[in-house]
Design a protein around this ligand. Structure first.
Ligand code: HEM
Length: 294
């Protein structure tokens, strides 16, 4: 049993809406937390708090920090900041629209809505390249161990740290490659999802093989494809009991360990990158007691 926001541990829904907000300068941060508590149930509506909001409160969350940007030949991984991240999950896109309107209204006194991304599940949980995403995700107790803070501190136990990045794919370029070239970018065969031993070191799953890190770098991925008009990609979402595993993975993707950069960058680039702290749940509401809100 865990008091995590349960939607974090559930499979990805059919539809999702991500909303990011900045805090209005005149807002009282404690009152703004009460407004968030009134709307997030942790199941259909997940909430994550960013440093622009947390820094305005007296209490520091151990392990919470800002996302740092990375750059190198052929890639730029930007850091973008947001005070609040809301992940709305459901089966009916119309319902999500109505909830998001209600959420914007309820929070409007304190927050400005900066961005909305509509996302969806593609086939049996595939990225828009057609490759299955999430195969090596931890499950059950392993998912809790990787994704959820487990300690004895009330108000912190059951919380989670999440990294969110909106990646934009160049799918025309990806589709212009032959199947072997595509398989070697991912490091798995699209035909049967098997790992390819002889794939180049730049292959994504070679870069990110979670068991190859010391300590092992398991994260709980809940990414979903997005599209708007003819532009599309992946909203990469990874929960952790800290940001350490994610940062170890990203360092290897960006060539910090051995100079080899992830082949994903040849057809996709992130355009946002933010960190949030997702509070635990108590009585079906966010437990914000650690931040002084009962
Ligand atoms: C455009 C963005 C991305 C795409 C399309 C993508 C896609 C994939 C695919 C298709 C797999 C193989 C199946 C699986 O195990 O899920 C995979 C594995 C994985 N990805 Fe990504 N990914 C992206 C970004 C990232 C980022 C930014 C990270 C972390 C910094 C990451 C971490 C992982 C990990 C840990 C695995 C499992 C590796 C293993 O242990 O075998 N991915 N990804």
């Amino acid at each position: 049993m865990t008091n995590a926001q349960v939607g974090i541990l559930e499979d990805i829904p059919n539809h999702a809406r991500y909303m990011t907000f900045s805090l209005l300068p005149k807002s009282n941060p404690h009152d703004s937390l009460k407004a968030i508590k009134a709307i997030a149930d942790g199941k259909k509506i997940i909430a994550g708090l960013g440093t622009p909001l947390l820094n305005r409160l007296d209490k520091k969350i151990d392990g919470m920090r800002d996302f740092t940007p990375h750059s190198g030949p052929g890639f730029f991984v930007p850091a973008t900041s947001a005070a609040l991240w809301i992940w709305i999950r459901g089966d009916d896109r119309g319902e999500l629209f109505h909830w998001s309107q209600q959420i914007e209204q309820s929070l409007g006194q304190y927050f400005h809505l900066d961005a909305i991304i509509d996302a969806f599940q593609y086939q049996d949980s595939r990225d828009l390249t057609g490759y299955e995403d999430g195969t090596e995700n931890p499950e059950g107790d392993d998912a809790i161990q990787a994704g959820i803070v487990q300690n004895t501190v009330s108000g912190l136990n059951g919380s989670s740290f999440v990294c969110v990045q909106q990646w934009v794919h160049d799918l025309s370029h990806f589709k212009s490659m032959n199947t072997t070239e595509q398989d070697h970018i991912i490091g798995r065969r699209i035909s049967d999802n098997e790992e390819i031993d002889e794939a180049p070191a730049s292959a994504h799953v070679k870069r990110t093989a979670q068991e190859d890190f010391e300590p092992e770098a398991f994260i709980l991925r809940r990414s979903m494809p997005w599209s708007e008009g003819q532009t599309a990609g992946l909203v990469f979402v990874a929960f952790g009991h800290s940001f350490d595993a994610f940062e170890a993975l990203l360092n290897r993707m960006t060539g910090k360990d051995d100079g080899v950069t992830d082949a994903l960058f040849t057809f996709s680039q992130p355009k946002t990158g933010s960190y949030f702290w997702c509070p635990p749940i108590k009585n079906e509401q966010l437990d914000l007691s650690y931040l002084g809100v009962e």
